[in-house]
Ligand binder design. Structure first.
Ligand SMILES: *Cc1c(COP(=O)(O)O)cnc(C)c1O
Length: 377
């Protein structure tokens, strides 16, 4: 859908942001749909390659790529390195030149635009750790362009995630266009512009978000005279509403004002509410038609293990199955085993077919990977 919306643009490469949902079967599907991949670690690069995504279609982003990761990515022949500092570019150039290679790179710029999203998923304000300062970017681009081992081919920007409005994106893209013209006027080449991801999705029934077609129309307007290959790195808008977290009600406990519905999913399975105060709609698998107002919590021993407070929901009782919706992006990928809980399994569903695409990793397997030093006993 997102892909189709962008087909109004002339030259486009869409790299799925692997961190949103890195499951191997999901990435296989992306490969079949023709997506490249935006990766932020060597581990994600390996997944994208294992799924059959072509190395040239992979963009390596991330503020802390290690020398070992840069070398592995060079050896794999990945298509574009998004540099987050001049220092990283100098290091990459030296590593590539030493191997007789030339790395294609873009410089990630921090446009100092407020994305209007949650502070913890905002990345394009001057004080954020991402990208290089806007005013220094042209100078850096010129110096990096002169280095052997590096082919600077463009600029990259990504101002944050779960963006509800197009206006901050439009402002950031317009600023990137100005910078592109300044750099070209100084004699350096720009053939690619990477506009990142960040398009938000509705989590709450009734929320209205910009449609992919509106995003595409805005991009077409802003970039009409750019004459570049446009690159995109969407994650959430593709994966978010393709997944749910299935959970069972363990118990309903009276509270001071409203009852606590204690479910067997917790913040270790779906971290977003604890991390970003995120909302996930909660619905019973077999609704009775009755409603209740409740706090929905998991079993973990942290008060932040709370999915919702005072929420009007389908009435549920112990043993009932329910789902948290919109868990397809930044869901299982952020899961952990806190409180020695199992690592959440993943199931792919296609019409009436389904398959387990990630096993539940039980606490016993994690315990088996731990060692007691012999000097302790
Ligand atoms: C996380 C991230 C994305 C994807 O963001 P979404 O909000 O999921 O679209 C794209 N590019 C970079 C550099 C990222 O860090």
């Amino acid at each position: 859908m997102f892909r189709d919306a962008l087909s109004v643009l002339p030259r486009v490469h869409i790299a799925f942001a692997v961190k949103a949902n890195p499951n191997l079967a999901v990435l296989k599907l992306r490969a079949a749909e023709g997506y490249g991949a935006d990766v932020v670690s060597g581990g994600e690069m390996d997944r994208a390659l294992a799924a059959g995504i072509r190395a040239e279609g992979i963009v390596f982003s991330g503020v802390g790529k290690s020398a070992a990761e840069l070398v592995r990515a060079l050896d794999a022949g990945i298509g574009q390195f998004n540099l987050e500092s001049e220092e990283e570019g100098i290091e990459l150039a030296a590593l590539a030149a030493a191997r007789g290679l030339t790395a294609s790179a873009a410089l990630r710029v921090n446009p100092d635009v407020d994305a209007g999203t949650h502070g913890k998923i905002s990345t394009g304000k001057a004080e954020n750790k991402f990208g290089v300062p806007y005013d220094l970017a042209a100078g850096m681009y010129a110096r990096l362009s002169a280095l052997p081992g590096l082919e600077m081919r463009g600029l990259a920007v990504h101002i944050g995630s779960q963006l509800a409005r197009l206006e901050p994106l439009e402002r950031a893209f317009a600023r990137m266009g100005d910078l592109m013209r300044t750099i070209r006027a100084a004699g350096q080449a720009i053939t690619h512009m990477d506009l990142g991801g960040g398009i938000g999705v509705p989590y709450k029934a009734g929320d209205v978000f910009p449609a992919p077609a509106d995003y595409a129309a805005m991009v077409a307007r802003v970039t009409a005279d750019w004459d570049v290959t446009l690159m995109f790195e969407p994650g959430r808008v593709i994966a978010g509403n393709s997944g749910v977290l299935v959970t069972r009600v363990i118990r309903v406990k009276p509270g001071v004002t409203v009852p606590f519905v204690i479910v067997d999913a917790a913040m270790n399975d779906l971290a977003r509410p604890a991390l970003y105060d995120a909302w996930h709609d909660f619905i019973a698998v077999t609704p009775s038609g009755e409603r209740m107002v409740a706090n929905i919590v998991g079993p973990i021993c942290e008060s932040s293990d709370t999915f919702a407070m005072g929420r009007d929901i389908d009435a549920v009782k112990p043993g009932d199955l329910a789902v948290f919706r919109t868990a397809g992006a930044y869901g299982a990928t952020m899961a952990n085993t806190y409180n020695s809980r199992a690592l959440v399994p993943e199931v792919m569903v296609d019409g009436d077919r389904w398959a387990i695409v990630a096993d539940r990793i039980d606490p016993a397997a994690i315990l088996a990977a731990e060692r007691v030093p012999e000097w302790l006993v």
